[in-house]
Design a protein around this ligand. Sequence first.
Ligand code: MN
Length: 763
Amino acid sequence: MDANNKPHDKAPAGHTMTPEQEERMVQEAFDEVLQGYLRSNHRKKVEVIERAFRFAREAHRGVRRRSGEPYILHPIAVARIASQEIGLGSTSICAALLHDVVEDTDYTVEDIERAFGHKVAQIVEGLTKISGGIFGDKASAQAENFRKLLLTMSEDIRVVLIKMADRLHNMRTLGAQPPNKQYKIAGETLYIYAPLAHRLGLFAIKTELEDLSFKYEHPAEYASISAKIIETEKRRREAYTDFAAPIRQRLDEMGLTYEAKDRLKSVYSIWHKMEQKHIPFEEVYDLYAMRIVFECDDPAREKTICWNIYSAITDIYKLHPERTRDWVVNPKANGYRALHLTVMGPDGNWVEVQIRSRRMDEIAEKGFAAHWRYKIGEGDEESELNAWLRTIKDILENPEPSAIDFLDTLKLNLFASEIVVFTPSGELVTLPAGATVLDLAFELHTELGTHCIAGKVNHRLVPPDHRLSSGDQVEVLTSQNQMPQPQWESFLVTARAKTRLRQALRKLRHPLIARGREMLEQWLADNGLEQSPAVMSKLLGTYHAANRDDLYYQLGADEIVLGEFLVDTLRKQKEKSATGLLRKLLRLSKLSSDEAAEKQAGGEAAPAAPVSTKETYVLRTGADGVSNYRLCECCNPIPGDDVMGFIADDGAVELHALTCERAALLKAGYGPRIVATRWDDTAAARFMAHVRVEGIDRHGILQELIYMISTHLAIDIRRLDIEAESSVFHCDLWVRISDADVATDLCRRILTIEGVQSAARIK
Ligand code: MN
């Protein structure tokens, strides 16, 4: 139950209706619900609705709302909103009528199930759960709870839709609450329910919720803006008529069937704009927008018509050069499509014009709700809805990128597919779900992205790949020493960030590619070789380069060196143009075996008895640090990674990450030498190490330190204490590691950070 529905046993003073009058008022309110339902295109299941009404009326009998009216009027109003403003059917109307019964009376979910069946009971149970657990006093502002809420609600979409109806009615009757409650409920509505309504495509409800919240949070501003809207109404109408006339004439000449109307901004959005731009009411130039909705049977022609209208309008009025928004080709994340432009009207004010087809308009106005609202009555309501809900649930439970993409393409990505975060200046940024600090950085500015070293999320330091949640306040931290990294692409989510990163990398790589190309040409010439396709393909294979530019880059960046050992092979290559895959593999495998042999001399890996591929090979590292396996150079797996073993020529087990490209080749060519492996987690018991770092404080040093520890090293930080005092800092770090070398390595790495004076393990 919501706070403002607290039942009151006593009617407040001034309550004058007789019981008979009250009874009649209740009956009339319910009849209106029923009439509205009968006018809709749902199947007419009147009997069950009437039964639910009688059940709820008896259950809440004698209880009153704070306003003094009988409690039952609240569930009736919720049912009416669910039916008439959201378009739901009999199951939802019953659930809405019964939504507070379990919460507030002695009836149980089982009672509801016996009387109304499983579906209704399930929805009522969902609504009861939300009211108790997630929307408790402390929880309302937490993003994690928001996600949980969505998960709970995705059990049945109707739970959230009825919850919206419940909240809308509570907001409409918020005046009966004491001011502190009003403030709390209004804030929660603005934070959770309005965005949720937006995601659900309930645009009218979203706008009303925002306006109502605003009204209670800022009553004076609300009154002042409302008054000004009324004051300026006549002038605005005239201005719109003048503005629209020549456009209408042109569209008529073009032979279009269309509807054109003016859309007034809501009180809340006017205020939001005034706040954001620090301008008075009079300077909000886009108080109204013109919306043109045209009829078009052929979706393929929609885009052309949009731009034809655009062109017609810009022939008449001067275009604002920076305010054209093409959401036809690139729809918004919630599926919104339209072409927006801003032009200067005859009175010298800028006016926004929104151009949409009828189809785009349906999506824009009703969103997801529209998608299924019109299906009801034709097909099977339940199965249609349930299939959709299953999709949503799957996606919520497995938030993998491809599933999210899938959702995007269906334009049904209302759940958890978009998040809103705040910059330190309070600017709102909308990002797709799963977006990271780095996505935001690139979203704001390429320079911020390329130099991003960490982020501060709700004042806590996080690495650039930290995934953001709705409501987070995010600050991007940069360092001029930071350079864009190719591996960033693996965790970036937005197309914009990926594109900007690639551009930055290309810019960065260009001189190195040129240098590498020169180096290779010189080296080939020195060794009497030609840059033939066979030679190039050999080189690409040897250095695992994706293409020529990649090879040049590796050379130019001194990541690889052209070794003497290649000369002979390449000379032979000139004669034999074709090289078999197995041959190539043999040589590659030998190459790495040679390297391994060198390491062997240093006592790194020790193969014992011949390895059987029939059994799972247990990967161990002894107390002396000697392992019974060898890590391959190409993918460098670390303990815990998903790996496969390959029995090398010397009998040792060589580990490859399952994602390694070479592993794929080995599996294809050397199936019998592949051995299943398992990390021995008992032997390598992890222990806690305490590391102390001290240094001279400088801007960004702690961020660098934390970033290095948390991202560059695969270690588990258990505790981190940092103390900065004037120009020095001390940092105590507790990490769980498998052996001492990890700690040594950690210290060694930390010491490379400029300004760090000492880093050592405390024993
Ligand atoms: Mn309620």
